[in-house]
Design a protein around this ligand. Structure first.
Ligand SMILES: Cc1ncc(COP(=O)(O)O)c(C=O)c1O
Length: 452
């Protein structure tokens, strides 16, 4: 048995069918009790091949063990929230220390101010911050604040980016919009990324009606030079609030977020995921002039801004303070980019060796790598995605993406690259001889679709 800093790794890379019998036995019960069988769609059965672990029992670093005891190297970890590693000791200790002191009181705790100060130190252009439990609440609060500040109703979102919130103003624009009234759906408009004219056209079509522009400063595609400052300038000229959703980019592109990385400070921005290494914590941040509408020191109409029972649970704030401390002292962001680059180089070499350029492709920055799978006609293919994920799982790697963490050691990356190399060899054979004979069971599906 070999071992890494993340624990024993004997099971990794043995390309053999695994025993998922305990997971299989629990699955029907999960679906009987929980719509979708899981509390997050992106973790659902339809997102994974049939030959996949159904339930995770525990994790350490970037390794996880399923209910049947199978061990895997994991990517994407907690939908990109766990950037340091599972069960990361210093963060656990910081959270536990707060739990022992009590987690929720009748009045605020000092740690609310401590974390506010720490967040405002790392996010350069922001002047005030308010915490919540998840990213959707923070982004929805940014939209509400912008509406109150501008006295306008419409919201312009980047239509090429996949997700901003579970709330109606965003989900209403997707395929999965059942239950959302037309009146709400009509209040959200879409523009195209890297196409300033498409945003300009919305402002022209709805003069003095757009409250805010919501986008990720960077997602799969990088912004053209000058694009983000053009958007900011356009927003200011047209009296709209610019909101950057930094849920993914925050603490990954740069400790100061994509706004620091690209040198464009929005009026409001929202953070979550990485800021607590998986603990439930998010933040709405921005200019005092706008944020203060949620406060006690103005004479305008009051905005009900993110006031929730659990919003400032002390253990999540403690976890976040420690996460920020580690980021500042350990060059975490640099490490994420370095390990992502190591993996990208190896995978690109395998793609070239297997001559499957254009069929399998890595997309995005090294700190946030995702992949595209295409069939023999070069059309996007869920069946080929299923095959690829299935073959990685057989080799001990769970990779809905290749998003790395601070716990992905060189050894983990190299083992993954080996597994990918073998999976891509099979991918090439499937392109040549038909994918059906290699895929075990039904294909995976996109989360956001109208029907099952
Ligand atoms: C870019 C982006 N914004 C917002 C959210 C919503 O965050 P949460 O799931 O914490 O509500 C997500 C979640 O995946 C996201 O990726």
């Amino acid at each position: 048995m070999t071992s890494s800093k993340n624990g024993p790794t004997s099971a990794v890379l043995a390309a053999e069918p695994r025993d998922f019998s305990k997971s299989r036995a629990l699955t029907p019960k999960a679906h009987r009790l929980i719509p979708g069988g899981a509390h997050t769609y992106a973790k659902g059965d339809d997102q994974y091949p049939e030959a996949a672990p159904g339930f995770i029992a525990r994790g350490k670093g970037c390794h996880v063990w399923d209910l049947d005891g199978n061990e895997f190297i994991e990517y994407g970890m907690g939908l990109r929230a766990v950037t340091l590693g599972h069960a990361f000791e210093p963060v656990l200790e910081a959270a536990y220390k707060q739990m022992q002191l009590g987690i929720n009181f009748s009045r605020p705790s000092k740690i609310e101010v401590d974390l506010a100060e720490a967040m405002l130190e790392v996010i350069d252009g922001a002047e005030m911050v308010k915490f919540a439990k998840n990213g959707s609440d923070a982004t929805t609060a940014a939209v509400k604040l912008a509406r109150a500040y501008t006295g306008r109703d419409l919201v312009a979102i980047c239509g090429d980016q996949p997700f901003f919130s579970i709330d109606d103003w965003f989900i209403g624009t997707t395929e999965m919009n059942a239950g959302i009234p037309d009146a709400i759906r009509e209040m959200t408009l879409k523009f195209r990324f890297n196409d300033i004219e498409s945003l300009q056209a919305l402002f022209d079509q709805f003069p003095a009606k757009i409250a805010c522009v919501v986008l990720e400063a960077e997602a799969a595609a990088a912004p053209f030079k000058g694009y983000l400052s053009q958007i900011k300038e356009l927003c200011e000229r047209r009296g709209a609030v610019l909101i950057f959703d930094e849920m993914i980019t925050g603490f990954r592109w740069h400790l100061g977020g994509a706004q620091q990385f690209h040198g464009v400070v929005p009026h409001l921005s929202t953070f979550g995921k990485a800021m607590g290494n998986g603990f439930a914590i998010s933040a709405l941040m921005g200019k005092r002039e706008i944020m203060r509408l949620g406060g006690l020191d103005h004479d305008q109409a009051r905005v009900f801004l993110l006031s929730t029972t659990h919003g400032a649970e002390t253990h999540s704030l403690g976890a976040s303070l420690e996460t920020i401390r580690i980021y500042r002292h350990e060059n975490v962001v640099e490490f994420l980019w370095k390990q992502g680059e190591r993996l990208r180089t190896r995978i690109n070499r395998s793609i070239a060796q297997n001559r499957i350029e254009g069929f399998f492709e890595l997309i995005g920055r090294p700190c946030n790598l995702v992949y595209a799978t295409r069939d023999q006609d070069r059309n996007p293919s869920q069946v080929f995605r299923t095959l690829f994920m299935q073959e990685l799982i057989r080799r001990g790697v769970i990779a809905p993406s290749f998003v790395v963490s601070f716990s992905h050691s060189d050894d983990d990356i190299d083992r993954t690259a080996e597994a990918v190399d073998q999976a891509l060899e099979l991918y090439r054979r499937a392109l040549e001889g038909g994918v059906e004979k290699y895929v075990l069971g039904r294909p995976v599906k996109p989360v956001n679709r109208r029907h099952n």
